[in-house]
Ligand binder design. Structure first.
Ligand code: GLU
Length: 326
């Protein structure tokens, strides 16, 4: 964990002074690598959307999957945010320390008979990390109707993961960037894993509990997580939470339909700093190519905020799905 006395002092003060009417957003990085242009763009949009509404930002390190999370990245990501001027007001909070909170929510769902064991292999595959685009499969409900005897017999063979029963119902929202979006949970998603077979709680459950308990009411993130939002709204309803406001911003892609990856060295933050010299140079380039700013000249986050019009979010991006990195 990064020793940042200022951040924790700030965190305590602000957590004590929460105002129910204030907009609260979050940076929720998974510490599995160094920042790149795509993360920077999403974080910048989050910062602008929240700050334009006079809000504050919580930093949450999504290190649920301890094997994939690397301590040096946790430290580095915080320094990168600070350097770029992407300030946060509360946190960092760590998912790895919140097992009890997730367990309480999970137990409440179990007690309502909404959870069942699933013995299908590969069920765990992506359950602890956010399911980025192209990774979502509709679960066929194979283990939904297993008898108690069937469950006992299978238990002897392998540890199950645990799925949440979903209804044949549409969960819909009006996204600040994407507009209206809805999904029939049964037909377009299926029952989904909320606890992995190794006991870890899954991303969908953790993120909903965290957003609620950290007071987050404005979620800004990449477009690839739009299809997770109806699942998260269903959980919010079950647990008696409100729904945040959502803004899903386009993905920055290396080429059409391909997320930025390690191949795109020129999009990695250290390369960006080498190419554009200063944090303002990097922010300016990202703002320029994504259409946040009219030019790619160096600029600070604060300067961008002065010109940022939150009412134009729905028309800000000609392509709302992807923006080509250049
Ligand atoms: N930790 C996730 C990521 O870095 C983001 C999850 C979210 O915003 O809900 O992709």
């Amino acid at each position: 964990m990064r020793d940042n006395p200022n951040a924790s002092a700030r965190a305590m003060n602000l957590a004590d002074n929460r105002r129910p009417d204030q907009v609260v957003g979050r940076f929720a990085p998974s510490p599995t690598g160094r920042m790149h242009a795509g993360n920077i763009f999403a974080a910048l949009m989050c910062w602008l959307i929240v700050k334009a509404q006079g809000g504050r930002i919580v930093l949450r390190i999504e290190d649920l999957d301890v094997e994939r999370s690397k301590a040096p990245f946790i430290d580095q990501i915080q320094r990168d945010f600070e350097m770029l001027g992407l300030t946060w007001d509360e946190g960092p909070y760590f998912q790895s320390g919140r097992d009890e909170a997730y367990r309480a929510a999970y137990d409440a769902l179990v007690n309502r008979g909404l959870v069942y064991p699933c013995f299908c292999t590969r069920a765990d595959l992506h359950a602890s990390s956010a399911p980025h685009r192209g990774e979502k499969l509709v679960y066929a409900g194979t283990c939904r109707g297993l008898s108690p005897e069937g469950v006992s017999a299978r238990m002897a063979e392998r540890k199950p993961s645990y799925r949440l029963r979903v209804p044949d119902a549409v969960y819909a929202l009006t996204d600040l960037v994407q507009g209206p979006y809805g999904q029939n949970l049964e037909r377009e998603c299926g029952d989904y894993v909320i606890r992995r077979s190794d006991g870890l709680f899954a991303y969908q459950l953790a993120v909903v509990v965290d957003d609620e308990e950290q007071g987050v009411n404005c979620v800004v993130r990449g477009m690839d997580l739009l299809c997770s939002t109806p699942q998260q709204m269903y959980l919010q309803d079950l647990l008696g939470y409100g729904h945040p406001q959502y803004a899903h911003v386009p993905l920055v892609v290396g080429e059409k339909d391909r997320r930025l990856s390690k191949r795109d060295r020129d999009a990695a933050l250290d390369e960006l700093l080498a190419a554009y010299k200063t944090p303002e140079g990097v922010i300016g380039h990202v703002a320029g190519i994504t259409g946040i700013a009219p030019s790619a000249d160096p600029v600070s986050c604060e300067e961008l905020l002065k010109a940022f019009d939150i009412n134009s979010l729905a028309t800000m991006f000609p392509d709302k799905v992807q923006i080509l990195w250049q």
